[in-house]
Design a protein around this ligand. Structure first.
Ligand code: FES
Length: 123
């Protein structure tokens, strides 16, 4: 038996549910995912909603912006900032990174990609 990981897309919400240049929290099973829309760049990003600094479910309420053309979110609690592209903490190299998720838009619906592990019988 071997396992392989693939991306499974789940329907998160409508594009109109997400504020322009802001974020919302989406639930997927037991996880909270922060979903962001950068209107100026017409880009979508998704990360874990949990801030690794003090374990607050807060990032979807964070302030979005850019640093050196890299999209970022600042946690509303202590302002640690994270890259929305790869989840790196931009304000503290010792802070943990965020999990990021791919996002795709089909018509006016937002889909978020999550890992799905498939078990395959060996040959
Ligand atoms: S809880 Fe997010 S920066 Fe402190």
């Amino acid at each position: 038996m071997s396992t392989t990981t693939t991306t499974s897309w789940f329907l998160a919400c409508k594009t109109s549910d997400v504020p322009t240049n802001g974020g919302v929290c989406v639930k997927y099973k037991e996880e909270q995912i922060a979903l962001f829309y950068f209107a100026r760049r017409n880009e979508w990003y998704a990360t874990q909603n949990l801030c690794p600094h003090r374990q607050q479910m807060a990032l979807s309420r964070g302030m979005t912006g850019t640093v050196k053309d890299e999209p970022k979110v600042a946690c509303p609690f202590h302002k640690k900032t994270f890259s929305l592209k790869d989840g790196r903490c931009l304000s503290d190299e010792h802070e943990c990174s965020l999990t990021t998720y791919p996002v795709k838009i089909v018509d006016d619906l937002v889909y978020i990609g999550v890992d799905a592990v498939m078990e395959m019988a060996g040959v």
